[in-house]
Design a binder for this molecule. Structure first.
Ligand code: PRP
Length: 217
């Protein structure tokens, strides 16, 4: 049997991903060791390999088949636009992609004005403004702390992830429009899906069963 390789997202999703996989009998104890500098972990008995990667790199590993399966946020899947199958909503990491800004920016959205939009997600923002709203905007790509942009006058609004809403509240900003809901998803390489169909479908079904039991939330 060949190894099935999992690309997991570092950071916020990692802990919940490992817990969910453990519940369906997919285990990788060594990965929980936070001090380890190892990049790849192997479960010899189950013929599984795991590695952690930056979110935006997970769809890349899966598209090229370097990983058979990925666990990654819907935001990243939408932004990266890779040739991968999205097979399951894992129900955790729930949040929303939103257009945010000061209340005073609401009028610019209403009147479809040519405003500046700062975001870590230029493809999602472009699709939203150009295709869904028919509003021409100037997109500015940032890499983090997006909420700063409207505060210091870099942009009128931002397109960003809102989870609890506390970052917005603490900085005097509000949700002005919702783009879409988000959560962690399982993605699969299309060739792996054909070659290892039985194993991968078995895993999807086990996870689905676990999720409908309400155990993951
Ligand atoms: C994300 C997001 C918001 C914040 C939202 O940033 O970009 O800034 O979390 O969460 P909240 O609604 O619960 O306050 P993250 O902390 O991942 O870091 P970043 O700003 O560097 O992108």
């Amino acid at each position: 049997m060949r190894y099935l390789t999992f690309a997991l997202t570092k950071g916020r999703l990692a802990e919940k991903t490992l817990s969910l996989l453990e519940r369906v009998g997919v285990t990788c104890e060594e990965m929980r060791d936070k001090d380890s500098r190892r990049l790849i972990f192997v479960n010899e008995e189950q013929k599984l390999r795991f590695f952690l990667a930056k979110g935006p790199d997970v769809p890349t590993y899966v598209e090229y088949g370097a990983a058979d399966i990925g666990i990654v946020g819907k935001d990243t899947i939408m932004e990266e636009n890779r040739k991968i199958f999205e097979v399951l909503d894992l129900g955790f990491g729930k949040c929303r992609m939103c257009v945010c800004g000061p209340e005073s920016a609401r009028q610019y959205l209403r009147h479809n004005q040519l405003i500046r939009v700062a975001t870590k997600y230029p493809n999602i923002a472009k699709d939203y403004f150009y295709n869904r709203k028919n509003q021409t905007v100037e997109l500015i790509k940032l890499n983090g702390s997006i909420e700063l942009a409207p505060i210091v006058g870099l942009s009128e609004v931002i397109v960003d992830i809102v989870e609890t809403g506390s970052t917005l509240r603490e900085n005097g900003l509000s949700v002005l429009e919702e783009v879409c809901p988000l959560s962690a998803r399982m993605v699969v390489n299309p060739v792996s899906m054909r070659m290892d169909n039985e194993r991968i479908t078995g895993l999807i079904n086990a996870l689905r069963g676990c999720l409908t039991d309400g155990a993951a939330n």
